[in-house]
Design a protein around this ligand. Structure first.
Ligand code: NFK
Ligand code: ZN
Ligand code: ZN
Length: 208
């Protein structure tokens, strides 16, 4: 039995996308009957669909593209904390947790209830937490939400402030039922050379 827990959203035509963004599609372009040997499929999707990482180029024209991102960000020890029923997430919410030695922090908010529908509102991350988290040595922030900023934000203050402090973003995790604690995380982006984000297969393994 696998000890790895899948914390990714499944990718099919039902996956929720940002309003107005490209829908997910998988199609067999060449069937076994046509080719005589194999089914060959192709996918089309926004890179901000489901469980994905943001590259800084998403919100900064001079920012790094996916291929330039350090793989160490996305593999290794992580801490899951549970912050349900919040209207936003600020330093006071984190101050109750001992985050010494944590480099990858995953926040379970439980705020995105029906993942087949894009949420109307989410509890945004307050940009001030970037200074606090970088002071602790945190380099990756993951959430069970489609964004770290309010969904209608054009400034994307939390995205920018996290980037300024060297903190990378992992969005759209499925953390339902994941107990707070320490886990090994694997959530590697694809080797997309020009992209501003990438879907990931994210998984956790409990550290005893
Ligand atoms: N910044 C968002 C994504 C985002 O803003 C977005 C994604 C797809 C289509 C439109 C978007 N924003 C439009 O204002 C994110 O958290 O990754
Ligand atoms: Zn994104
Ligand atoms: Zn984002």
């Amino acid at each position: 039995m696998s000890t790895w827990i899948d914390i990714s959203q499944r990718l099919d035509e039902q996956v929720a996308t940002w309003p107005g963004d490209k829908p997910f599609s998988y199609k067999v372009s060449w069937s076994k009957e046509e080719s005589g040997s194999v089914n060959v499929g192709h996918i089309s999707m926004s890179v901000h669909t489901g469980t994905h990482i943001d590259a800084p180029f998403h919100f900064d024209n001079e920012g790094k593209r996916v291929i330039e991102l350090d793989l160490d960000l996305y593999i290794g020890c992580s801490r899951v904390i549970h912050l349900p029923n919040r209207t936003n997430i600020g330093v006071t919410d984190l101050a109750n947790h001992d985050l010494q030695g944590v480099t990858r922090l995953l926040i379970r908010t439980d705020a995105w209830k029906d993942r087949s529908v894009f949420p109307e509102t989410i509890p945004p991350i307050q940009p001030e937490i970037a200074t606090y988290l970088s002071g602790l040595g945190i380099r990756l922030l993951g959430l069970d939400l489609p964004s770290v900023d309010p969904l209608d934000s054009k400034e994307l203050s939390a995205h920018h402030e996290l980037a300024v402090h060297g903190i990378h973003i992992l969005e759209g995790l499925v953390l339902d039922g994941i107990d707070p604690g320490n886990y090994e995380l694997a959530a590697l982006p694809l080797p997309l050379v020009h992209a501003d984000g990438s879907p990931v297969r994210a998984a956790l393994k409990k550290i005893p």
